[in-house]
Design a protein around this ligand. Sequence first.
Ligand code: SAJ
Length: 433
Amino acid sequence: MAENAQYDICVMGLGYIGLPTAAMLSTSGAMVLGVDTNASVVDTVGRGDIHIEEPGLKMIVHAAIGSGRLRTAVAAGPADVFIIAVPTPITPDKHADMACVVGAAEAIVPHLRAGNLVILESTSPPGTCADLVRPILEKSGLKVGESLYLAHCPERVLPGRILAELIANDRVIGGFDRASAERARAVYARFVDGEIFLTDTTTAEMVKIIENTYRDVNIALANETALICEKLGIDFWDVARYANRHPRVQLHHAGPGVGGHCISVDPWFLVERFPEDTPIIGLARQRNDAMPAHVVDKILEIVGDRPNPVIAALGLAYKGNVDDLRESPALEVVRLLREKNCEVRVHDPLVKHAPFEVLPLEACLRNADCAVILTAHDAYAQLDPAWAATLMCDRNVYDTHHLIDCNAWRGAGFNVLLHGSGKPRNIVNYKQQ
Ligand code: SAJ
């Protein structure tokens, strides 16, 4: 296709959401231009390869590029529909950083023509489409609601299951007006099997943020319950298992904190705009952010007054079976342990690029005083305690995710500490049989 070709859809941002969405759309028959400001991403995807780990993604990107229906570029081009799928991180002082959304919206302005539809997919504070995106688009001289269509269609896929969920999940589409919503529905109907609900842009923005806030607050409740259980000398996992037999209770998992670019970020979009109205949301954030420090306190209790203890940190990614480090509580645990003069050796079976050295498992465990499972990777559930025992200096294991078979590890001579349970229990009691 020529340089000034007309595309059906131009996707701004080839990350975790933009890339799979662009590939899905081209697989559905659309001519898609995938745009990223990072030239190396554009090159990689342009070769039919991928720059992020996600099951099945490489195959569909490869096929989409091979079919000629997905092209990549560092700059936007003319299209009927523009989808903005760029990051909306938070600044260190907990404000939504909308620079990428602004940059993407401005980049498409020169290409806008009457009848175009612009869809914002990026998770954004309520009011973004109306107050931030609309005025930028109207710099084109076109008016939203008259000659331009504008909609918000937040993604809700789970990293690790992105492709399946892109197809299966229900979608909520907020239109600036009914015509915008209907046009956006037609775009997603190309590949979405789930139900599509139409509403206004601010409602759709709020729906997305409250989904992740709901989860954050519930995880904070689980973490708080775990701290109480530790003090009571009982087991959070027993409490959760039995409480969840109630038909209307679904206690979440306690853990070392909340990571990822979504759940630990989005609630701040509400707190910053409505500080007076969000004490619960703000406190939940603080509770979850404080969990890595709690994990570190527990590790220091285990290793006692040993000088410069060697800690084997198992897992760096923000959650199990992904390679994503963004906002990972494991990173914070490692940082805090080093601050406390621990020698921390890190292993992760999936992470390839980390801010510090990632060792093979054997080198990580060798001569360690304590192994701590920080990420719920399947590989750690299968770890052989007898093998670990031959490598480690002292047999201590701390499981922050309830992943390992505690009895098997105790059987191999380990002192096992399970996050959310009372004192380290070496004696097998009736619950563990
Ligand atoms: N976590 C817990 N306890 C739990 C569940 C999760 O401590 O009971 C922790 C995880 O270990 C991880 C973090 O929370 O550190 C987030 O993991 P996650 O798997 O719950 O969610 P994400 O961030 O990978 O994806 C979420 C999803 N949102 C919801 O489930 C409401 C996904 O559907 C969204 O598309 C995504 O955020 C997003 O992009 O917003």
